[in-house]
Design a protein around this ligand. Structure first.
Ligand code: GLA
Ligand code: ZN
Length: 678
């Protein structure tokens, strides 16, 4: 039975807050007082402080001044609010880089950066690590047990790479360790005899870059892994003093469609996940935009298998997209509630108050330059806050999913890197979204998991385009099916191993031929306008991009190609393996084929929607549920600006916003309903 798990144990509530930078208003303390009043009015109960406050706290090396933090934390606390305190390593003071240039990154052309911007430090530099460690220790000692502080927000949006001599040496050591100090082993794993690129020693290895080797795919993959590892080790260095002096939970704020870091690895060192969600609302179909944002909400929830925090979102607009459109009235509230529906225990904004100058002065904020609460945006935030108060009991409850979709950063990197298939766009992300959409449209909860994750609790696991399938993944999938699970794999699965070397002896490799009962023979890569077709149950479905031909080795075909030189051969297969089943979709459909196969599977596996439907909900409508083991909470959401047809519930429930008992709801434009089981 699910039980409550809170991101921040000392504050078992839904959090409504924002990034707050009072250090920008040090010369105008009246603004601080106005802020306190406005926070209450906005129904906010949290502020995230200190993200970019390093030079305010340590204006000169070793000279610390925490008075502004003391004062503001005190003010927020006595105003009834809580603080998530950030470590300030996302942006460093000028003196630090001036005195220790090694903290500045070296780019892919070998150039050392000047002092500028943020999120641009060498993660290997011992000096940077030491300076960060010192200021974090100070913060932990001073605020680690403060009653108003509820969590640590470590740095800000870790990203980027550095190729300075320190990083190069660390990379070489990483490889030395991985290949047991045996350069022959590395050469073998990297297949360096190709083009005579054999290494004689680890000292010869340079990271891939604009002027260096990029053709060795195993090296590229290991470089990406190293970047994650070095970032994680930097995070561990940040967290060490926090853990020493404080028992507060630790998070890092992650990002939307972020490709550089393997967040499955980052998740291992934090206590709860949080992320910054900035979809491009209104640029196209909001139903699609909502579903894609939902994918990432699902992913961040699944990272730690517990409620996460929506650490940043804009209350209106951003200022860094090609076109910066505000969220429409109604959608602003709905997009916040969306996070809660997917398992977030917070709605937080970037930013509380608009800065007056510099690059983000036109970015949306709860409080604008007018300085009042008398704006449309402020009133929307107030509304969201009052809704969160009404549904506060949902905090700590969890989204239970019977379906999981495997998403893997390593797979994304190697697919991006590999030359073959379509070199324009392999569409890995798109394909993951397309499978996720099937569940989103039906109101079926879906987790997004690592290929190494625990799959035992799922009735159905989808593994789109798992081109890189290492041994551990193959065993994980095999055991899952063996024990009764239903696995849905697709074209490209099991092509390369964990070193990005092609499997010998037939694909899918690593024993998966037995699980799927087939071997792939050939891939037809279609031109963009070309279509092929597959027939399933007498219906013809269009296919695009990829059609593999397969030899059956125990599987049975459930759909056939109807054209191409592979006409009448299997397009989709099913194989019984152990107590479970493995489905293989050998082709990419343009929409329809996978939907039909999955509809049949959902029926067979008795996987039902959180609302009363056996089909896709009306376009733009979705539903989610959370549970604390005792009560179920159902969210129904309409992302279109038109009213939606009624959504029926499985049984009468209490509408948490009105107190009424209802068995269906009418969703207005950008409307939503939130129910509790009786
Ligand atoms: C990111 C950063 C914030 C701010 C916002 C603007 O998420 O973490 O500091 O720059 O973007 O949207
Ligand atoms: Zn470096």
């Amino acid at each position: 039975m699910a039980k409550k798990q809170y991101p921040c144990d000392s504050f078992p509530h839904l959090i409504h807050g924002a990034d707050y930078n009072p250090e920008q208003w040090m010369a105008q303390k009246d603004i601080w007082d106005a802020d306190m009043e406005l926070m209450g009015k906005a129904n906010c109960n949290e502020m995230t402080l200190g993200i970019f406050a390093w030079s305010a706290i340590e204006p000169r090396e070793g000279e610390y001044d925490c008075s502004f933090l003391d004062e503001i934390i005190e003010k927020i606390g006595s105003n009834g609010g809580k603080v998530i305190l950030s470590t300030p390593s996302g942006a460093r003071p000028r003196w630090l880089a001036e005195k220790y240039p090694q903290v500045l990154r070296v780019d892919a052309q070998g150039r050392r950066e000047h002092i500028r911007g943020r999120h641009n430090h060498c993660f290997t530099s011992p000096v940077y690590r030491e300076k960060v460690h010192s200021i974090n220790r100070l913060l932990a000692q001073r605020y680690g047990n403060h009653p108003a502080v509820i969590a640590w927000h470590v740095s800000n949006e870790y990203s980027g790479q550095c190729r300075c001599p320190l990083c190069v040496a660390a990379f070489q050591n990483y490889l030395r360790e991985k290949f047991h100090d045996d350069i022959g082993e590395l050469n073998q794993a990297y297949w360096t005899s190709f083009w005579s690129h054999t290494y004689d020693s680890f000292e010869q290895i340079e990271p891939p870059g604009e002027l260096t080797e990029t053709g060795i795919h195993g090296l590229n993959l290991d470089w990406n892994r190293f970047v994650t590892r070095q970032t994680v080790s930097f995070i561990e260095n940040e967290i060490a003093p926090l853990r020493e002096y404080s028992s507060l939970p630790v998070t890092v704020n992650m990002m939307y469609e972020f490709t550089e870091l393997d967040y499955h690895k980052v998740a291992e060192v934090i206590d709860f996940a949080s992320w910054d969600c900035y979809p491009e609302w209104h640029n196209g179909d909001n139903a699609v935009i909502a579903q894609r944002a939902g994918f990432w909400h699902d992913l961040y929830r699944s990272l730690k298998k517990k409620p996460f925090l929506l650490m940043e979102s804009t209350p209106s607009l951003v200022n860094w997209k090609p076109y910066n459109k505000p969220k429409a009235p109604g959608l602003d509230v709905l997009s916040s509630i969306q996070a809660i529906a997917h398992g977030s225990d917070s709605v937080q904004y970037f930013q509380w108050r608009k800065s007056r100058g510099s690059s983000e002065k036109l970015h949306g904020a709860v409080v604008g330059h007018d300085g009042t609460g008398d704006t449309r945006v402020f009133r929307s935030v107030q509304t969201t806050g009052s809704i969160l108060k009404k549904i506060d009991e949902i905090a700590g409850s969890y989204v239970d999913a019977e379906v999981a979709l495997i998403f893997d950063w390593e797979n994304m990197w190697v697919l991006e890197d590999c030359q073959g298939f379509s070199n324009v766009d392999k569409k890995y992300m798109e394909t993951c979204y397309a499978y996720h959409r099937i569940f989103w449209e039906r109101g079926i909860n879906c987790d997004i998991v690592s290929p190494h994750g625990d799959l035992s609790g799922y009735k159905l696991v989808i593994a789109p385009m798992l081109y890189l399938t290492d041994e551990a993944t193959a065993r994980n999938l095999e055991n899952y099916v063996q024990r009764g699970g239903t696995l849905y794999g697709t074209y490209m699965m099991g092509t390369v191993d964990g070193n990005d070397l092609c499997y010998l002896g037939g694909v899918p490799g690593a024993g998966l031929k037995n699980v799927f009962g087939l071997q792939v023979e050939e891939m037809d890569n279609l031109y963009p306008e070309e279509r092929r077709h597959a027939s399933l149950g007498g219906v013809s479905y269009p296919l695009e991009d990829y059609c593999e031909t397969v030899k059956l080795l125990g599987a049975k075909a459930i759909a056939h190609y109807t054209d191409g030189y592979y006409r009448d051969t299997p397009a989709v297969t099913e194989c019984t393996f152990g107590r479970g089943k493995a489905i293989y979709q050998a082709c990419r459909d343009s929409g329809g084929l996978k939907e039909q196969i999955l509809a049949d599977l959902l029926e067979k596996l008795d996987i039902v929607s959180t609302v009363d439907t056996r089909e896709a909900l009306p376009h733009g409508v979705t539903a989610h549920s959370r549970t604390d083991g005792q009560h179920t909470y159902v969210f129904a959401e309409n992302y279109l600006e038109t009213e939606a047809p009624a959504v029926r519930l499985h049984r009468p429930m209490e509408n948490l916003l009105t107190g009424q008992i209802e068995d269906h709801c009418k969703l207005t434009a950008y409307g939503f309903s939130i129910y509790k089981s009786l």
